[in-house]
Design a protein around this ligand. Structure first.
Ligand SMILES: NC(=O)c1ccc[n+]([C@@H]2O[C@H](COP(=O)([O-])OP(=O)(O)OC[C@H]3O[C@@H](n4cnc5c(N)ncnc54)[C@H](O)[C@@H]3O)[C@@H](O)[C@H]2O)c1
Length: 344
């Protein structure tokens, strides 16, 4: 399968690697920055480089594209790609507005193309194992979960404008990292009934928040917390899921999923049964592109749909409103939730 990558910045590397691992051929890249474009073409030996996404989309040899552009561009470029008959793997957050996300879903459906949102943790081995254990009932009733994605931009003193300027990004870490965690929260825990969030800009000179904590109440009654930061030293992507019959803990820092439970006689207060699973093999980003290619070939359902992307944005929007009001925001009260994030 011939694919194109639109946007040659940081995340494009994962898309390129994923397509190569999945047996697709990246035949073209587009980027408005000639230096970024030339660098990727050189690094990856890509024959065609375009300065506009429209030129790439006009290439009839391309069947599918990754949209790896700043958030505000996900909507127009996905619409154009679908109308050009290309399957779309759109980076997260799917869009900065619920209406626009709905339009992306509708236009892709009408064009008969696959739309996948780039919440790659849906393709992650530890997440998949966790979901299997939750669904099997091994953890009993899920009571509490904690999800965390945090970093410090690798120690950088400033944040790229794609992320730090409101007009490009629409939001800070709550949107950028938080939409992944909101998607994972829904994947593990189902529908969310209410959110209560606290955000702050503490570490960087940016127009958006760089630190956030949100509390979620699920329709099931499960309680959750989502922590996101650009102000936490070192990269961590982690989750903790607790149930009446067992618990799971995972962090990328160890690569180990720890399952605690009680089935042996004589387990003690601090010493339950423990099993550890270590995950090697393919990276979740790579798996995300492989899943996308498989969905295009009709071999599997779309691992993270446009609707999933939209629901993650809905939760983030509700969190921003909650932080603004300093009050819980119920998801059922749509009137309380703004329909879009600020952007240019
Ligand atoms: N799934 C993940 O874990 C993950 C990780 C990082 C980024 N992302 C998402 O990927 C997207 C891109 O992030 P990034 O880190 O690659 O950003 P980036 O700033 O490194 O790269 C963005 C690229 O888009 C190009 N660009 C901007 N406007 C353009 C236009 N009109 N036409 C063509 N090219 C244009 C820029 O020149 C730049 O090279 C964002 O939506 C981000 O949220 C997802």
């Amino acid at each position: 399968m011939n694919v194109g990558i639109i946007g040659a910045g940081g995340v494009s590397v994962f898309h390129y690697q994923g397509y190569v691992a999945g047996g697709a051929t990246v035949v073209a890249i587009a980027d408005a920055d000639p230096l970024a474009l030339a660098r990727r073409q050189r690094e990856w030996n890509i024959p065609k480089g375009y300065s506009t996404y429209q030129e790439l989309l006009a290439d009839p040899s391309i069947e599918a594209v990754s949209v790896c552009l700043p958030n505000a561009l996900h909507h127009p470029v996905t619409l154009s790609a679908a109308r050009a008959g290309k399957h779309v793997l759109c980076e997260k957050p799917i869009s900065l507005s619920l209406d626009k996300a709905e339009e992306m879903i509708r236009v892709c459906r009408e064009a008969g193309v696959v739309l996948q949102t780039g919440h790659h943790l849906r393709s992650d081995s530890a997440s998949l194992r966790t979901k299997t254990l939750i669904d099997s009932g091994a953890l009993g009733r899920i009571t509490f979960m904690r999800l965390r994605q945090a970093h410090d931009w690798g120690g950088a003193k400033s944040v790229r404008d794609s992320f730090g300027k409101l007009a490009n990004s629409g939001g800070g870490t709550l949107l950028d990292n938080g939409c992944h965690m909101m998607d994972l929260a829904r994947y593990f825990g189902g529908d969310v009934r209410e959110v209560y969030a606290n955000i702050a800009t503490l570490g960087f000179d940016v127009e958006v928040e760089d630190t956030s904590v949100a509390t979620l109440t699920f329709a099931s009654g499960t309680i959750g917390s989502v922590e996101n930061a650009w102000t936490a030293t070192g990269w961590e992507q982690a989750f903790w899921v607790y149930g009446t019959e067992g618990s799971l803990e995972y962090s990328n820092r160890t690569g180990v999923l720890t399952h605690r439970f009680r089935s042996s006689p004589g387990t003690t207060f601090g010493d339950p049964d423990i099993s550890h699973t270590t995950f090697g093999g393919r990276d979740a980003h790579t798996a995300c592109e492989i899943d996308f290619l498989a969905a295009i070939r009709g071999e599997r359902e779309v691992v993270c749909t446009g609707e999933d992307g939209l629901e993650a944005v809905r939760l983030v929007l509700a969190c921003y409103e909650s932080a603004k009001q300093n009050a819980p925001v119920p998801l059922a009260k749509e009137a309380l939730i703004p329909q879009e994030l600020p952007h240019g």
